[in-house]
Design a protein around this ligand. Structure first.
Ligand code: EPZ
Length: 417
C-alpha cells in the first residue's frame, strides 16, 4: 500500500484480535525445510514477510498452500540448496534458512539478508556458532556458502550475546546433528520456545533447562501441526494506540506472561488493565502520565520492538519520559518524523528524552522501518488533523489488516490510491 491517511482525535474502543506472531511464524516456516513430511501451521498472519518466506520455500522445491491463516508446507522433496539474493534481501529473518537448508541438503548458498535498518545487522554470531557445530562457512562478496559433511556435529556452545536469530539458527542446526548440543547464553524469547515446541512436535528432542537449551540430535524430522503464538509486539502496539486516544479496548488472544515487562508500563502511565485467560481489557485516562525510565532488554526484559509505539504515546503524555535502547544501535530513525508532528524528542545515542506536549499536529511523514512506522501510526491517532504516512510497505511486514483494525476501533484511516 502506498499512503496511509489517519485523522486523529477519535477515542478508540472495541475489540482487537491479535494475529500470530511475525517473529515466530518466520523461523517456523524456515524450520519446515528440516521436516520430511507435511507441516500445517495455524494462525499465520498475512504479512509480506510471510509471503517472502513462502517464496523461498517454493524456490527450494517445497509445496506450499496458503488458505486463510493456515499454511501447509510439504518439504519432502527439497531440490535446491541456494536462495537468490532478491529473496534473501526482502527481510532479516531469511538468514534463518541457512542452518535448516545446510542440515537438509548438506549445503546452503545464500546472500546476506535484508531487514529493517536499525544499525548494522551483522550475522557473526550465527556464523561462529554454526562453525562450532561443524559447518564449513565461506563468506565473501555478500554471500555465504555453508557446507556440512555429512551433518552438523553436536557440541557445547555458549552464545556471547542472546541473539534471537542466532539462537534459532543454532537450534535448527542442532536438531538433526550427530550428537547432543548444549546451548548456553541463548535467547529466551517466547518465539524461541514456540520454535522448540514446533521442532519437538516434528520429532526433535529439545529440552529447555533454566540455564541451557539441550538438543539431542535425531536423524530426521517428520511433519507436524502447530499453532503460532499470538504476536506480543502487535498486542503492545494496539495497547499504545488505544491508550494514546484515551480509549478502552479488549485485546485478545494474548499470553499475559509474554507481556510481563510491558503491562506494568501501561499501568505506570495511568491505564487500568485487567487480564483474564488470554484477554486484556485496557482503559486509558484522558491524558497519559509520563514514564520515568524505559530500558529495552533481551526477554524477559522490555522488548525493543515495543519501544517505538510506546515512545510515540509518550509524546503527548504529561511530563518527561526517558527511553534507553540496549539492543540495536540506531532504533530512533523515526524520531525526526515524529518531530514533523510536533513531538519534542531529543535523542543522544541510545537514549531518547520525550517531553510530552499537549497536542500533536498532523503532517506528511515517512515510515523509516516497521516499528518506526508503528510509532507514526500511534502519533497520528493523537494528532489534530489528517496525517499522511508514506513508505507504508514497512507496516505491511508486521501488521496484518492494520487499516481495517484501526477503523474497527473507531479510528479514521484509509489508504490513498
Ligand atoms: C529479532 O531480530 C527480531 N526479528 C527483531 O524484531 C527483534 O528486535 C530482535 O530479534 C531482538 O529481540 C525477527 O525475529 C525476524 P538479534 P534479530 O540477533 O534476530 C546483534 C521487528 O521489528 N547481533 O537478537 O536480528 C544485532 O546487531 C524486528 O519485528 C550481532 O551483533 O535480533 C543487534 O544489535 C526488528 N551479531 C542484537 O545483536 C549477530 O550475528 C540483537 O540482534 C546477530 C545479532
Amino acid at each position: 500500500m502506498s499512503e496511509l491517511r489517519i485523522t486523529g482525535g477519535n477515542r478508540l474502543g472495541g475489540a482487537v484480535t491479535v494475529h500470530g506472531a511475525k517473529n515466530s511464524v518466520l523461523p517456523l516456516l524456515a524450520a519446515c525445510v528440516l521436516c520430511q513430511g507435511e507441516c500445517v501451521l495455524h494462525r499465520c498472519p498475512a504479512l509480506s514477510d510471510v509471503a517472502s518466506s513462502v517464496a523461498i520455500l517454493r524456490h527450494l522445491g517445497a509445496t506450499v498452500t496458503v488458505e486463510g491463516d493456515v499454511i501447509t508446507v510439504n518439504a519432502a522433496h527439497v531440490t535446491q540448496s541456494d536462495i537468490p539474493e532478491d529473496l534473501m534481501r526482502k527481510m532479516r529473518s531469511s538468514i534463518v534458512f541457512l542452518a535448516p537448508l545446510a542440515a537438509r541438503t548438506g549445503c546452503a548458498d545464500v546472500s546476506l539478508p535484508g531487514g529493517c535498518e536499525l544499525g548494522p545487522r551483522p550475522i557473526d554470531l550465527h556464523i561462529a556458532g554454526l562453525r562450532r557445530l561443524g559447518a564449513d562457512i565461506a563468506d565473501g562478496h555478500g554471500r555465504l556458502r555453508c557446507t556440512v559433511s555429512p551433518r552438523f556435529t553436536g557440541t557445547d556452545y555458549t552464545l556471547p550475546f542472546p541473539s534471537v536469530g542466532a539462537t534459532e539458527n543454532l537450534l535448527l542446526a542442532a536438531a538433526t546433528a550427530d550428537g547432543t548440543t548444549v546451548l548456553t547464553g541463548a535467547a529466551r524469547e517466547p518465539e524461541i520456545f514456540d520454535l522448540i515446541a514446533f521442532l519437538n512436535a516434528a520429532g526433535a528432542r529439545i529440552t529447555a533447562k533454566p540455564d541451557a537449551l539441550v538438543i539431542e540430535g535425531v536423524p530426521a524430522l517428520h511433519g507436524c501441526e502447530h499453532t503460532v503464538i499470538p504476536d506480543r509486539i502487535e498486542a503492545a502496539t494496539y495497547l499504545a494506540a488505544v491508550a494514546v486516544t484515551g480509549g478502552t479496548a479488549l485485546i485478545s488472544p494474548v499470553v499475559p506472561e509474554h507481556l510481563a515487562a510491558v503491562l506494568p508500563l501501561f499501568r505506570e502511565c495511568g491505564c487500568h488493565l485487567k487480564a483474564w485467560g488470554d484477554s486484556l481489557l485496557l482503559t486509558a485516562p484522558p491524558r497519559l502520565n509520563h514514564l520515568k525510565f524505559v530500558r529495552s532488554l533481551p526477554y524477559p526484559g522490555f522488548p525493543t520492538d515495543a519501544a517505538a509505539p510506546l515512545l510515540a504515546a509518550m509524546t503527548v503524555a504529561d511530563g518527561v519520559s526517558v527511553f534507553a535502547e540496549t539492543i540495536f544501535e540506531n532504533r530512533y530513525r523515526y524520531v525526526d518524523e515524529l518531530a514533523r508532528l510536533g513531538a519534542a524528542v531529543k535523542t543522544e545515542g541510545r537514549v531518547a528524552v520525550v517531553e510530552g506536549v499537549p497536542r500533536l499536529q498532523a503532517a506528511a511523514v515517512e515510515c523509516t522501518d516497521l516499528r518506526g512506522g508503528a510509532a507514526l501510526v500511534v502519533a497520528a491517532l493523537a494528532a489534530n488533523g489528517t496525517t499522511c504516512l508514506t513508505q507504508c510497505h514497512h507496516l505491511d511486514r508486521g501488521y496484518a489488516g492494520l487499516c481495517e483494525m484501526l477503523n474497527a476501533l473507531g479510528a479514521q484511516a484509509d489508504y490513498a490510491s
